[in-house]
Design a protein around this ligand. Structure first.
Ligand SMILES: Nc1ncnc2c1ncn2[C@@H]1O[C@H](COP(=O)(O)OP(=O)(O)O)[C@@H](O)[C@H]1O
Ligand SMILES: [Mg+2]
Length: 230
């Protein structure tokens, strides 16, 4: 009954990939891992799930949990949840999200919840992803990148977590290129210096990421999994 909320410094930073990698790695350790994507937005896809993120998370865990438990809210427009609700004249059922969250939490040893966008992505005009994390009352893992601009985005994300009283377990630096720019090579050291948050590990840019095995392999090798499951 342990859970992490995986957020990121931005959309496209690698939340789904890292969550799938973490879930796959934990599963290999014999842990019963559940996954949740409380709110997803986007156009229809061919995965058999409303959200392609959900398809990836399900593949990583082979969970038998039904889609409406894993992903209680799907809004068919690739925007923030708030924009989607305005444009489609829909609403987000937050009580349902918290109800499904509790069910998943009570039926798995470990639950990994993937956020949407970043920490201040709006769900309604005055309810953000940060409020959802606060409501779930679980620790976060922040996925960030190493390229220039990451110091600003990561420090801001950590600052918001601090303001909300959200505990951060650690940072995962994704898409790291060891032959990258000086800013990139220095990112882990400087991010730790500025935030004092543990760096759980770095994951390089992986050429053939379509293979789930590849990301699991890197997560096993590069992420401090013992610290995460303890
Ligand atoms: N380490 C990596 N190496 C190569 N491609 C990556 C890596 N991490 C993420 N990607 C790719 O970047 C895109 C965005 O990643 P994703 O995990 O979907 O981000 P998010 O969930 O934060 O939006 C996807 O196409 C994914 O396959
Ligand atoms: Mg995602």
């Amino acid at each position: 009954m342990k859970a992490y909320f995986i957020t990121g410094t931005d959309t496209g930073v690698g939340k789904t990939s890292i969550t799938a990698g973490l879930a796959g790695s934990m599963r290999k350790m014999g842990i019963d891992v559940g996954v949740m994507k409380p709110i997803a937005t986007g156009y229809p896809n061919k995965t058999g799930f409303k959200s392609s993120d959900v398809a990836k998370l399900v593949e990583a865990t082979s969970t038998k949990d039904p889609e409406n438990l894993i992903n209680p809210v799907f809004l068919p427009l690739p925007t923030s949840p708030y924009d989607a609700t305005k444009l489609l004249k829909l609403s987000v059922d937050m009580p349902l999200i918290f109800e499904q969250f509790k069910k998943l939490l009570s039926t798995h040893e470990m639950l990994l919840v993937e956020g949407i966008g970043g920490i201040m992505t709006p769900i309604t005009k005055n309810f953000f992803v940060a409020d959802m994390i606060k409501g779930m009352n679980i620790e976060t893992i922040i996925v960030t990148r190493a390229t220039i601009g990451t110091l600003n985005h990561t420090v801001m994300t950590c600052k918001i977590c601090e303001d909300y009283g959200i505990k951060i377990r650690g940072l995962v630096i994704n898409n790291f290129d060891e032959k990258g720019t000086p800013a990139e090579k220095n990112a882990a050291v400087t991010l730790y210096e500025l935030t004092n948050i543990p760096i759980l590990g770095t994951i390089p840019f992986i050429k053939d990421l379509h293979s789930l095995e590849k990301i699991i392999e890197y997560v096993d090798k590069n992420i401090d999994m013992k610290f995460l499951i303890s």
